[in-house]
Design a protein around this ligand. Structure first.
Ligand SMILES: NC(=O)c1ccc[n+]([C@@H]2O[C@H](COP(=O)([O-])OP(=O)(O)OC[C@H]3O[C@@H](n4cnc5c(N)ncnc54)[C@H](OP(=O)(O)O)[C@@H]3O)[C@@H](O)[C@H]2O)c1
Length: 321
């Protein structure tokens, strides 16, 4: 057995790389033709039933408006009812023929079952599930004192999407529907101070990639990795920072983040709907963020040094100046 592994260690990688080099040009050409076809025959979502979690603000809110403009029927889920009602009113004005609002906490499995049942009973079907609800907490790992403080990050970001998906899948199978997963570029960038958030988004990506191998023939899954998008989540980082004295481990000031161009919520939502209707497997928005993925993959030492200097050393030394 040892001999077999030794043999594979030596020959498999060069053989794989050679085959890939030969295979890539025709594969890329076919991919291009396929993407052209998909961009011409886009899904029409008029009158379809779309369930969006975390629709009371930010990306979820604007995704709801984009679906509304295309005439989709909407089910909006989040915890703040007043905000959901305001989004529902605007979605109706933008063209949605029917909007229902459900107050629920996605981190509670029984509430996820209840809202999926309620929505399917009301509309009689479900076509798209947009798993968007999420939170972030920004602090260096060593600054955390209680694990109970950060359990909600995993409960909402990962389990919230898993629970909603579990109850939605039988209905999406019937409609040959789609699942949209709002993950994050943070899943592969490893930005300091976001260890639990990053891990929750990496878990999401791995979970839905696996699910795609199981049910992808019947239900399309688009995994979205946004960069930095204008939203309450990002404003929250800044406001928290303004309120507090900077201590080591609490960082991410406005000045620090200002050099990273943010994308508008509307622009991101448009790209998400476009990609979903085209049946894309992945979307990174803005797409230039993919450069980070390649630098991280090809030169991890340089990439991690830059992140450490920018997010761990610089905020602390600039505070002392
Ligand atoms: N903004 C960015 O730069 C960025 C980048 C990459 C990925 N993302 C991801 O995009 C998604 C949307 O975030 P956002 O930037 O639009 O932030 P946001 O404006 O804060 O929106 C978060 C949404 O999630 C909802 N939510 C939070 N906890 C919930 C819970 N337990 N149950 C139900 N709903 C809950 C919030 O509604 P309620 O408070 O009313 O419940 C809100 O509607 C998140 O998954 C986030 O991780 C954002």
């Amino acid at each position: 057995m040892d001999l077999l592994h030794k043999f594979l260690n030596i020959v498999l990688l060069p053989i794989t790389l050679t085959v890939l080099l030969l295979f890539m040009p025709p594969f890329l050409f076919l991919k291009f033709i396929w993407s052209l076809k998909r961009s011409i025959y886009r899904e029409n979502v008029a009158a379809k039933v779309i369930l969006i979690t975390g629709a009371s603000s930010g990306i979820g809110e604007y995704v709801a408006y984009e679906y509304a403009k295309k005439g989709a029927r909407l089910a909006l889920v989040a915890r703040r009812e007043d905000r959901l009602q305001a989004v529902a009113d605007r979605a109706r004005k933008l063209g949605s023929p029917e909007v229902v609002v459900v107050c629920a906490d996605v981190s509670k499995v029984e509430e996820c079952k209840q809202f999926v049942d309620e929505i399917v009973n009301y509309f009689g079907r479900l076509d798209h599930l947009v798993n968007n609800a999420g939170i972030a907490q920004i602090r260096l790992f060593e600054v955390f004192t209680q694990f109970s403080d950060i359990a909600s990050v995993m409960d909402i970001n990962f389990w919230g999407s898993v629970y909603s998906t579990h109850y939605a899948v039988p209905h999406l199978r019937k409609s040959k529907g789609k699942i949209v997963v709002i993950a994050s570029t943070a899943a592969w960038l490893g930005t300091p101070g976001l260890s639990f958030y990053n891990a929750s988004k990496a878990a999401l990506i791995s979970f839905f990639e696996t699910l795609r191998t199981e049910i992808g023939q019947d239900i399309g899954i688009t995994i979205v990795t946004p960069g930095i998008i204008e939203s309450e989540m990002i404003q929250g980082f800044y406001q928290e920072k303004k309120k507090k004295e900077m201590t080591q481990g609490e960082f991410f000031s406005e000045a620090q983040a200002n050099w990273i161009p943010t994308e508008t919520t509307e622009g991101c939502a448009k790209a998400i709907l476009d990609s979903t209707c085209s049946g894309d497997m992945y979307l990174t928005e803005p797409s230039w963020m993919k450069a980070g993925f390649w630098v991280k993959t090809l030169c991890p030492e340089v990439f991690e040094w830059c992140l450490h200097s920018l997010f761990v050393i610089w905020p602390w030394t600039s505070k002392k100046d």
